[in-house]
Design a protein around this ligand. Structure first.
Ligand code: ZN
Length: 305
């Protein structure tokens, strides 16, 4: 990418692990890491970061938000490099106490190794790395406490799951009956006002057609607002697919047991699909994923495709 700043290194991952971003201070020979992927990839993330550091010292780990695919490598990275972890201020107490009822891991049926945050990041703050100043901005919607990092000098935006090249992350508050779509709209407007030149999304490649991505995101938001059931159905499918990305394959009965025990599914069912009996709805979610080819079935085994 012509003109891409050499002091920003993006480790592009997939959907199970978020992208990780290394911000270099080449005068001090140090680096700050933004987001750390999913726990089952933690050793791979440590190796990738170690290699990209090229002898620089990792002095800080920052999380844009505390979803399992963005902070699952925190514990391993802090253990390996001794770097302090900074989380969004609104999540600091919950993370310190590892309060599973306030953190998202239990409700989504996902895993995260316990880590110990040393500090927090607040909207309005600035993070200095080398000569670069990153404005910390609130980005509620996908997650109520999510943050953006924006370097106004070169127009680089670390957007995490607030904006992807095609869409944005599930609007989790809506699933629980709390407003979220309006927050997504406000966050997208904020991003538009930044006139970013590049966006580093939480998943997928860095992109520069920011206006196009915002148009697509707003169209998607419009359709979700007009039909919240469609959003809830999408969310249910995303959560199941994510689980299969993690476990790769599992017996049908075990998958259904996981659905039974994962609070977001009962929330979504009660709120949007209560006209259907739970076992029917549960089977429908799976059937849709099998039909679309996102998953396959081998006798009693459900397999990630
Ligand atoms: Zn997320």
């Amino acid at each position: 990418m012509s003109g891409w700043p050499k002091d920003i290194h993006v480790l592009e991952r997939g959907w199970l692990s978020s992208n990780s971003i290394l911000l270099f201070d080449d005068f001090q020979r140090t680096a700050t890491l933004v987001d750390t992927g999913y726990v089952s990839h933690a050793e791979q993330t440590v190796a990738l970061v170690d290699q990209a550091l090229g002898g620089r010292r990792l002095i800080r780990i920052i999380n844009t938000h505390l979803h399992s695919d963005h902070c699952g490598g925190n514990a391993a990275l802090a253990g390996r490099f001794g770097a302090p972890i900074h989380v969004p201020v609104a999540e600091l107490e919950a993370a310190k106490a590892w309060d599973e009822d306030r953190l998202s891991f239990k409700s989504t049926g996902q895993r995260c190794a316990r880590f110990h945050p040393a500090g927090s990041l607040s909207p309005g703050e600035r993070v200095s790395v080398g000569g670069r100043r990153w404005d910390v901005l609130a980005a509620p919607g996908h997650d109520p406490h999510a943050l953006l990092l924006f370097d106004a000098r070169d127009g680089v935006l670390i957007a995490a799951d607030a904006l992807w090249e095609n869409g944005f992350g599930v609007v989790f508050p809506e699933l629980a009956g709390e407003p979220g779509f309006e927050e997504v709209r406000a966050t997208l407007s904020l991003i538009r006002s930044l006139n970013a030149r590049w966006v580093i999304p939480g998943h997928g490649s860095v992109f520069s057609d920011v206006g196009g991505a915002l148009d697509r995101a707003e169209a998607r938001l419009d359709s979700f607002e007009q039909d919240p059931v469609r959003h809830a159905w999408y969310a249910a499918k995303v959560l199941v697919k994510f689980h299969l990305l993690e476990v790769r394959h599992l017996p049908l009965a075990t998958l259904f047991q996981w659905l039974d025990q994962t609070p977001y599914f009962s929330l979504v069912h009660q709120r949007y699909f209560s006209h259907q009996p739970w076992p029917t709805w549960r089977a429908d979610v799976l059937e849709t994923l099998l039909k679309s080819g996102a998953l396959t079935r081998d006798a009693d085994l459900i397999v990630d495709a």
